[in-house]
Design a protein around this ligand. Structure first.
Ligand code: BDR
Ligand code: CA
Length: 335
């Protein structure tokens, strides 16, 4: 039997229900060795996201993983206040987790990312599932960063699909278009996981019930949080289910699932103040010729998945070892 190779990962997130799923997926994946986590304002403030992350890590038995506070405000303008209608006022669907004993580590998320990149030259992999402010700040701190990291996977944007914040803009990009433009212009191996694929891979109520029935507090808590998330997505899909944005990006990053259609194309971000602000303009003119190579293009845009994601996600999350602490660790306060 072969053991999968484990890669050092830096996770940047705005925890967030689907961010919590992505974190749990990484922790449960033998291919990922999470060396640091930075938080950014998006679904909630960077500070609330950091508390949620610390609490989840403790619940998962990974309290040793360092968490750094990242940017509260985007590069331009101010934090808009989050998305309580999607993720709840606490960001995790009003589920209360036991407060972590661990504290944030000193320094910013951007500083942590730069330090980790130097500690693991050529090996560090980045998974960014929130607005890209911290990543842009890290690029400004050390322009050598793209040369030092192995690759970056970003949940964000919309190629052919409509936006989810405006007609054309997806939330992570819309929350800091200037940062996204800098990150997507940098010379590194980038995979973009846009709404095209995250809105078409859905978790159903039967999957949520499987998580609730698991014998570990992490999948149980995630099942609770998803109850809140499902209520928001009922307005989008007409039934109790949800999109799978951030965990799908995590699974693509570690290779748990693979892309069926993922052309490497140029991607520009609209940073104007017009109706296109935050749009990811993907050059998909090769559509009718099976996407021939585009000179100078470096962004792999995932448009279709190979296989069914939801059963894989449930299986990985159920692989947390059995625990007897489940009943005391989680208190659901979902209305
Ligand atoms: C993205 O925005 C956030 O609300 C989610 O956590 C996800 O990263 C989806 O547009
Ligand atoms: Ca997120």
């Amino acid at each position: 039997m072969t053991t999968p190779t484990s890669h050092p990962f830096y996770l940047d997130c705005d925890t967030g229900i689907d961010d919590a799923l992505a974190l749990a997926y990484l922790l449960a994946s033998p291919q990922a060795d999470v060396r640091g986590i930075g938080t950014v304002s998006g679904n909630v403030s960077a500070a609330v996201g950091a508390r949620n992350t610390l609490d989840l890590l403790q619940l998962a038995g990974h309290a040793h993983i360092p968490v750094a506070l990242g940017a509260h405000d985007p590069l331009v303008g101010s934090f808009h206040g989050g998305a309580p209608h999607v993720h709840g006022t606490n960001g995790i669907g009003e589920v209360s987790l036991e407060a972590a004993d661990a504290e944030l580590v000193p320094g910013t998320a951007a500083e942590m990312l730069v330090r980790l990149a130097h500690e693991h030259p050529g090996q560090l992999r980045i998974l960014a599932v929130g607005p890209l402010t911290n990543i842009a700040e890290a690029l400004r701190l050390d322009p050598e960063l793209p040369r030092l990291v192995q690759d970056i996977t970003i949940m964000g944007g919309a190629a052919f699909a409509p936006g989810n914040i405006t007609a054309v803009a997806e939330a992570n990009i819309a929350n800091d278009p200037e940062a996204a433009a800098e990150v997507l212009a940098a010379d590194w191996d980038v995979t973009l996981v846009p709404l095209d694929v995250t809105m078409s891979n859905v978790l159903e109520e039967s999957h949520r019930q499987e998580l609730l029935a698991a014998r570990h507090p992490v999948p149980q808590a995630l099942g609770d949080m998803l109850g809140y998330y499902f209520r928001f997505y009922e307005s989008q899909f007409g039934r109790a289910c949800s999109a799978m944005h951030d965990p799908l990006a995590a699974a693509l990053a570690v290779g748990g699932v693979s892309a069926a259609v993922a052309p490497v194309v140029t991607v520009d971000v609209d940073t104007t103040d017009g109706p296109g602000r935050g749009q990811t303009i993907c050059d998909l003119r090769g559509l009718y010729m099976d996407y021939p190579e585009q000179p100078g293009a470096r962004c792999r845009v995932v448009l279709e998945l190979d296989g069914d994601f939801a059963p894989h996600l449930v299986e990985v999350l159920q692989s947390f070892p059995e625990s007897t602490t489940a009943a005391v660790a989680v208190g659901a306060a979902v209305a």
